[in-house]
Design a binder for this molecule. Structure first.
Ligand code: FUB
Length: 327
C-alpha cells in the first residue's frame, strides 16, 4: 500500500513537471527577455532573446542569445550571438532584438547605444540608442556587425522588428520616442533604409508603446505591441504599412511590469513568446525580487481573424508535440 502510494505520488510529480514548461527551460541559468521567434529553413524554431544580467537595475545589458527547439520542450542553448563588446559604436543597452532570413543569409537587428540615463535630472542624460544590423551564414551566428554603425541614431530607436512580406519586401518597425508607428522599408540587402520613414495611419489611436511585432496570417497583417509597455494589444490591416484598425488587448499585464513578445506559426500551431517577471529564489539578488524569464503560450484566432485573449499558464506549450500529432 505504502509502495503504491509513493508510486502514484511520483507519477503525479513527474506528469506535473512535464506539464510545467513556463518559464521556458533552456537548460542554462541565465535570465532572458524580449524573445523573438522564427522558424528557419532547417525546420527548427529559433528564439533570439536579450539577456538580463543578474540583479541589473536599469536595463544595462551586454549581449543577445539564441536557443532552438523542435518540440518547444527540449531546447538547445547556442550561447551569445553578439555582444556590445564586438561593436565599435555602442557599449550598452543590448535590448530587444529581432532576426530575418533572406537571400541565404541570416540578419540580426538589434538596438544598442551608449551614455547614461539620468532618471532624476533627465536634462543631464547622455544616453542615445540606434539600431544595428549584423549578418551571418548561420542562424546561430557568429553574427558580424555589417554596417559598423547604427542604421540611424536620430530619431532615438529601440525595439526593432523585421517583417519580410511574401513579395520579399523587408520592413523595419521600431519603437522610437516621438516616432512610434513609423516604419522603414529596407533595401534588399537589409543594410540601409529605402526612401523615407513611413508614418502609418493607426486609425486615430496611438498610445505609448514599445516592441512592435508584425506578422501575417491568412492574407491579413497584424501589428502587435506592448501598449504602454505593459499590455499586449493589436491592430489589423490589409497592408504591412496600414491603415491599421485597432482591435484591443490579447494579453493583460502582470505585476505592473513590462512585457515584450513575438508571434509565430510553427508546425500548424500559432505561438506567443513573451517574458514574465517572476520571483527567482535561486538568485542572490537582493535588489530586485523578480527577474525576467522567457515564456510561451498557444495563441488562437476567431473565425474573423481576431485574436482570442491569451492567459499566462504554468504549462505553456508543453502539449505542443501532442497537438501537432493531432493536426
Ligand atoms: O529588454 C530591454 C527593454 O525592456 C526592451 O527593449 C523593451 O521592449 C522592454 O522589454
Amino acid at each position: 500500500m505504502k509502495y503504491a502510494f509513493s508510486l502514484l505520488l511520483s507519477l503525479f510529480i513527474i506528469s506535473n513537471q512535464s506539464l510545467a514548461q513556463n518559464p521556458l527551460d533552456f537548460g542554462s541559468d541565465i535570465r532572458t527577455a524580449d524573445p523573438s521567434a522564427h522558424v528557419w529553413p532547417d525546420g527548427r524554431l529559433y528564439l533570439y532573446t536579450s539577456h538580463d544580467e543578474e540583479c541589473q537595475l536599469d536595463f544595462w545589458m551586454r549581449d543577445w542569445h539564441v536557443f532552438s527547439s523542435e518540440d518547444l520542450v527540449n531546447w538547445t542553448d547556442h550561447g551569445a550571438v553578439l555582444s556590445v563588446e564586438e561593436l565599435s559604436w555602442a557599449d550598452n543597452f543590448a535590448w530587444a532584438p529581432d532576426a530575418a532570413y533572406k537571400n541565404g543569409k541570416y540578419y540580426f537587428v538589434f538596438p544598442a547605444g551608449t551614455g547614461f540615463k539620468d532618471r532624476k535630472n533627465p536634462e543631464n542624460s547622455t544616453k542615445w540608442m540606434g539600431i544595428g544590423v549584423a549578418v551571418s551564414d548561420s542562424p546561430t551566428g557568429p553574427f558580424k556587425d555589417a554596417i559598423g554603425g547604427p542604421l540611424w541614431r536620430e530619431p532615438y530607436a529601440n525595439d526593432p522588428a523585421l517583417f519580410i512580406d511574401d513579395d520579399g519586401k523587408p520592413y523595419l518597425y521600431f519603437h522610437g520616442k516621438d516616432f512610434d508607428y513609423y516604419v522603414a522599408e529596407l533595401e534588399d540587402d537589409l543594410l540601409s533604409v529605402k526612401g523615407d520613414f513611413i508614418k502609418m495611419d493607426m486609425g486615430g489611436y496611438e498610445p505609448k508603446m514599445e516592441g512592435p511585432w508584425v506578422f501575417k496570417r491568412e492574407g491579413r497583417y497584424y501589428f502587435t505591441m506592448p501598449e504602454n509597455n505593459r499590455v499586449l494589444t493589436y491592430y489589423m490591416s490589409d497592408s504591412p504599412t496600414g491603415p491599421w484598425d485597432y482591435k484591443g488587448v490579447f494579453m493583460e499585464q502582470e505585476h505592473q511590469s513590462n512585457n515584450h513578445h513575438s508571434v509565430v506559426e510553427y508546425k500548424g500551431e500559432w505561438l506567443l513568446f513573451y517574458h514574465r517577471w517572476l520571483e527567482t529564489p535561486e538568485s542572490d539578488c537582493k535588489a530586485r525580487k523578480r527577474q525576467r524569464h522567457s515564456a510561451a503560450e498557444f495563441i488562437e484566432f476567431n473565425a474573423d481573424g481576431t485574436i482570442k485573449p491569451v492567459q499566462r499558464t504554468a504549462e505553456g506549450v508543453a502539449d505542443f508535440a501532442n497537438r501537432i500529432k493531432r493536426n
